[in-house]
Design a protein. Structure first.
Length: 276
């Protein structure tokens, strides 16, 4: 495909893809390299990295293997990021497409609901939802997606407002196509490129939100998380810098990889930047 070829010519896309493959490799190999519970006590607390071959990245203040938590934390971050992004995209596209296509009172009502969600900062709303419903991983992914859909809805609505009066849409109406068929089979494919690019931002933001909740001790306590490890390392930052630094770098790499891939996709889908 030409789009794939253009993506592979983007330096940002290539770097992001390499970094994402690294994170994916960590997540895929976690069960093989560290089959035991990563939150179980493994040795003496605060062992430095590269001293004990059993603990390549050392141990935290409770004696848990930092590397095991890092690898299993990659699974957590990717699972949350992908699941929350899917929820945000599905909800946002549904709201935005219906609002932009029908207009009128439907548009006004759906946009007022969208604005109601936007009046409260995403993280504050997420904290409220976590306090009410708990922090199980499946619920957490759904709640992060639920606070991240508004920008997707506005972006989709803007695309539909531009496309709904185009000639091909008028032709579909003349041919007697139903509204749902026109929305999802004719207009939506043409409105998706900017939404796909924005999905990378949603995923990066979802990873950061999960890490922030874990840092505050509000994520699932039974799951390894980079944010939880950073919070543990904060207390011993002066004497054991690696406990917080290693997962901090992992969060940076994961977020950067997704952001760069989004930039590469944007370059590939932007006709002004294409070079045959």
């Amino acid at each position: 495909m030409r789009t794939v070829r253009f993506f592979l010519t983007s330096p940002a896309g290539i770097i992001g893809l390499v970094l994402l493959v690294l994170v994916l490799a960590m997540a895929a190999s976690a069960g093989t390299l560290y089959p035991n519970d990563p939150l179980s006590l493994a040795g003496r607390p605060l062992q430095a990295p590269f001293v004990n071959p059993r603990f390549v990245l050392g141990t935290d203040s409770s004696g848990r293997d930092v590397a095991a938590q890092m690898f299993h934390g990659a699974r957590t971050s990717l699972l949350i990021g992908i699941s929350a992004t899917l929820v945000a995209i599905v909800v946002g596209v549904l709201v935005g497409s219906i609002s932009g296509y029908y207009g009128g009172w439907v548009d006004v009502t759906l946009m007022r609901i969208t604005e109601a969600f936007q009046t409260v900062p995403n993280f504050i709303l997420l904290l409220v939802l976590v306090v009410i419903f708990g922090a199980r991983m499946d619920l957490l992914a759904f709640m992060i997606g639920l606070v991240s859909w508004t920008a997707v809805a506005r972006l989709t609505r803007a695309e539909f407002l531009t496309l709904r009066q185009r000639e091909f849409v008028q032709a579909c109406r003349v041919l007697g196509m139903g509204d749902l068929r026109i929305i999802f089979r004719e207009i939506l494919p043409n409105a998706l490129p900017p939404v796909i690019v924005y999905a990378s931002i949603v995923m990066a933001f979802s990873i950061l939100l999960e890490s922030a909740l874990a840092f505050l001790g509000l994520s699932d306590p039974n799951v390894a998380s980079w944010g939880k490890l950073i919070a543990d390392g904060r207390r011993v930052l002066r004497t054991a810098w690696y406990v917080a630094t290693m997962p901090g770098l992992a969060v940076l790499i994961a977020v950067l990889s997704v952001s760069l891939i989004g930039q590469g996709i944007n370059d590939a889908l932007n006709p002004r930047l294409r070079r045959d």
